[in-house]
Design a protein around this ligand. Structure first.
Ligand SMILES: Cc1ncc(COP(=O)(O)O)c(C=O)c1O
Length: 394
């Protein structure tokens, strides 16, 4: 049988990261390629307690079908929390619970982007979102990321050159994969440009709570007096990715369309997971939990950067981070980065080649991404030592 796939998906390739995960599954390989939370960052005891209680006392409430908008108490508590802590969301917005933030990109593409319309993304950007936009046949236009966020002159050029641009997709805090945080000045500029050119912004912020140093920068959504920002938050990096609970705060007319689109996707997000998240953020000390995560990751991030200084200089340089789970590393231009990453796997270390995160994967790239949250300290030291020794031998 010759399978004839739809135009939407026939050009889609398996994600380079998933391909690399095949090697990462080999226990003798040190994987610096994942983006998983550290095993000791999960509130397992609390999740077990909450689940046991509800299953004993009111099981049908979490086993029955539910509403597409999401578990009402969780929506209410999140809306209050985001307003109080981050001045994010207004009376003109509503909040939808989604199955991971990944689903927000899917619902926004479905609701807002026609085939061939442009989504402006940071270059590099999160591969999962890029692939979702691609699956709707959006045209991706990349705007380079600088140490203080996307280049706003290039953003304006992209907006001028693409009058059919629909969305600007940005990850302003501890960007995946570059680790960069956008300055407040640039956030304001991106907002102004979006307004000027009549384009919506998706602000994807799964790492915002994981700041280890530097000053808090307000969300772009907190500037949104014109109803042009769709905010994406997720519990994946602060409670559990397996529970698949995320949320979007969007202008009401967009929220309503996203709800209709979600009905066709998965009816609603797992109600049991939503219930557990709600109990955890309201009945336990969520801010103390976040502080504990920051403590775990501050140590791991500093350790990782010390190892990079110790083993990788001078051939590998890297960008210091203030938060998040990733460090972006650069090789000298005379080293073929994709070949370097392939050969590194044979030396039992796995990193993600940087071109996987570009809007055009065929563009030349001399960078790669490493993650420090998943490996143990012993694995980090072993992996980075091999990485540095190999780069410096070339
Ligand atoms: C920037 C970014 N957005 C979205 C996601 C998807 O997260 P979720 O598990 O909430 O679907 C990730 C996951 O790594 C991410 O890095």
């Amino acid at each position: 049988m010759e399978y004839k796939f739809s135009d939407r998906v026939s050009n889609l390739k398996p994600s380079a990261i998933r391909e690399i995960f095949k090697y990462a599954a080999d226990p003798s390989v040190v994987s610096l390629s994942a983006g998983n939370p550290s095993p000791d960052a999960f509130p397992t005891k609390e999740i077990a307690e909450i689940s046991a209680k509800v299953l004993a006392e009111d099981p049908i409430s979490v086993l029955q079908y539910s509403v597409s908008e999401g578990y009402a108490p969780l929506r209410k508590h999140l809306a209050e929390y985001m307003k109080k802590e981050h001045n994010t969301g207004s009376d003109n917005d509503d909040i939808l619970i989604t199955t991971g933030a990944q689903q927000i990109m899917d619902l926004c593409s479905k609701a807002l982007v026609n085939e061939g319309e442009v989504v402006i993304c940071e270059a590099p950007s999160f591969i999962g979102s890029l692939n979702t936009f691609r699956s709707y046949n959006a045209k991706l236009v990349g705007v380079p990321v600088e140490p203080d966020g996307m280049n706003t002159e290039k953003l304006e050029e992209a907006l001028k050159a693409n009058p059919n641009a629909k969305l600007i997709y940005t990850i302003p805090n501890f960007q995946n994969p570059s680790g960069v945080t956008m300055s407040l000045e640039k956030r304001k500029k991106v907002y102004e440009l979006a307004k000027k050119y009549g384009v919506l912004i998706i602000e994807d912020n799964p790492y915002g709570d994981l700041r280890y140093s530097g000053e808090y920068v307000p969300n772009i959504k907190s500037l949104d007096t014109d109803g042009i920002v769709i905010y994406a938050g997720s519990f994946s990096k602060v409670i559990s990715p397996g529970m698949r609970v995320a949320y979007t705060i969007a202008p009401k007319p967009i929220f309503q369309k996203l709800v209709v689109c979600k009905q066709g996707n998965d009816v609603h997000t797992n109600i049991w997971s939503q219930y557990v998240c709600d109990e955890f953020i309201t009945k336990y000390d969520f801010n103390a939990h976040l502080a504990r995560l920051r403590e775990i990751y501050t140590k791991k991030a500093s350790f990782c950067m010390e190892l990079l200084d110790k083993y990788c200089a001078p051939k590998i340089t890297y960008h210091k981070i203030d938060g998040g789970l990733f460090i972006w590393c650069d090789l000298p231009e005379d080293i073929d980065m994709p070949k370097f990453c392939r050969e590194l796997v044979l030396k039992k270390v796995c990193v993600v080649p940087g071109n996987a995160f570009l809007t055009d994967e065929n563009e030349t790239c001399h960078s790669f991404r490493i993650n420090f949250s998943t490996p143990t300290d012993e694995q980090l030291e072993r992996g980075i030592k091999i990485l540095g020794e190999y780069a410096n031998s070339l």
